[in-house]
Design a protein around this ligand. Structure first.
Ligand code: JHZ
Ligand code: SAH
Ligand code: ZN
Length: 406
């Protein structure tokens, strides 16, 4: 296996074994065998990009039945709306600006741009969520973004002032085609802004559930700055974000077009000091992950043997790695509650735990709730008053396995 960015040598540091497609929820009774792949991660010795060692074909993950909805969290809606305000106020120039979003999903961010009457386009291959965006008044192109898509959009709409991608760029192995496409479509002084889970946070919190089929790359300022340079771009800003368990928002501009902010050099220096991409650090991370699994399995087994009732909360893509790596099934977690319509009535991939709507997480409450959507803990704990009043206990596993009284 060679690095998908620079063809350098990859060193594997963690292996989660055979895994299903994380958002492929199973219809009960469907006799088709689930697609599986080997989930293992390595780091490039030349450019330090952390990446999966096996790629799942994109059509297996992103299709008309893709269930994830960006609008499923109130905190995330606010996050995207405030960024839309910022784009509208400061990043768009000229009298007819144009903003493009890759992976616009259900249109949560672009909805605000559309409402402001600003020219925009969402590029979104998953038909179901793209239709939801269109219903919100967002202009969508149902397509995978890549070099050819960029050329077609340029021909139809002209150059973009801003190209934005949230939780999408790290999902795309074919980076040459993507950054080549961005170079084609972006105005000379435009910016490419993207935000994705941050390697530094994943290592620090041992949040191994960020590793699953859709997350192909695990970015750091170091690996992103090298990746940008290969395509004539420069990393000109970084901003740490609290959402989704710790992310970084990166801004790229054409080399020489903008002066990098001091935050870039600061984050690069911090990463070098902490050795975030050193094989020794990543090997230590893998050992903490194995320990975390053992503790979670021991806890759930003890609770079952004591006769306690445990429900899951949030049928996240992340939970696929936890459930299948730890070997957790319906004997340990009776069902998972989730607000996403396309996940309800289905079974979690590989582990086959039933997914039910939020109305199932109600009186009589379980004794324990395993919070798979731990990245939304504040929002969820605040809203589940009934569980608190019933004396329930949350189970968390990031940054370590622990019980939290609701
Ligand atoms: P959440 C997905 O990951 C996949 P997931 C993807 N690869 C990615 O990077 C991120 O999104 C952005 C439910 N929920 O956001 C809704 C409730 O039931 O952690 C979701 O199914 N009640 C693109 O799936 C899930 O939990 C609630 O109150 O790991 C949360 O999924 C809330 C707030 C959520 O992303
Ligand atoms: N930006 C949203 C959605 C993230 S989900 C948010 O942060 O909440 C990732 C999205 O990327 C999915 O909707 C998927 O269909 C889309 N996607 C995957 N590959 C893509 C590609 N090559 N071009 C554009 N979108 C892509
Ligand atoms: Zn490399």
């Amino acid at each position: 296996m060679a690095c998908r960015i620079c063809s350098g040598r990859l060193h594997q540091f963690a292996d989660f074994g055979s895994q299903p497609v994380s958002d492929a929820f199973v219809t009960p009774g469907d006799p088709r065998e689930e697609y599986v792949f080997r989930l293992a991660v390595g780091v490039c010795e030349d450019c330090s990009m952390v990446q999966l060692l096996e790629e799942v074909p994109r059509e297996r993950m992103f299709h008309d039945g893709y269930p994830y909805l960006s609008s499923g969290s109130a905190v995330m809606r606010e996050h995207f709306w405030s960024l839309a305000e910022r784009f509208l106020a400061t990043d768009l120039a000229g009298d007819d600006p144009f903003i493009v979003e890759l992976g616009c999903n259900d249109g949560t961010m672009l909805q605000r741009v559309a409402e402001a009457g600003v020219r925009h386009l969402g590029v979104e291959p998953s038909g179901g969520v793209a239709d939801l965006a269109a219903a919100r008044g967002v202009r969508v192109r149902k397509d995978f973004f890549e070099a050819a898509t960029a050329a077609a959009v340029l021909a139809e709409d002209g150059p973009a002032d801003v190209i934005y991608a949230a939780n999408t760029l790290c999902h795309i192995p074919y980076m040459d085609s993507i950054l080549g496409g961005v170079a084609t479509l972006l105005r000379p002084d435009g910016v490419f802004v993207f935000e994705d889970p941050y390697l530094g946070d994943i290592v620090e919190r041992a949040s191994y559930d960020q590793i699953y089929d859709e997350h192909f790359y695990f970015f750091s300022a170091r690996s992103v700055s090298g990746m940008a340079r290969r395509h004539g771009f420069e990393l000109v800003d970084v901003e740490r974000l609290p959402v989704h368990g710790g992310e970084v928002r990166y801004t790229l501009a054409r080399r020489g077009a903008r002066t990098p902010s001091p935050a870039v050099a600061e984050l690069l220096a911090a990463e070098d000091a902490a050795g975030v991409s050193d094989l020794a650090t990543l090997t230590a991370f893998a050992a903490r992950v194995a320990d975390s699994r053992d503790r979670l399995v021991a806890l759930l087994t003890r609770l079952r043997d004591e006769g306690a009732r445990v429900y899951g909360y949030g049928a996240t893509a992340k939970s696929a790695t936890v459930l299948n790596y730890c070997g957790i099934g319906p004997d340990l977690v009776s069902f998972v509650s989730d607000t996403t319509p396309a996940k309800q009535g289905r079974l979690t991939p590989g582990s086959h735990i039933p997914v039910r709507g939020p109305e199932a997480f109600a009186d009589p409450y379980p004794d324990y709730a395993l919070l798979f959507a731990w990245n939304h803990a504040e929002e969820i704990m605040a809203k589940e008053e009934g569980f608190r009043e019933a004396g329930g206990t949350w189970i968390l596993y990031v940054p370590e396995v622990r019980l939290v009284r609701a």
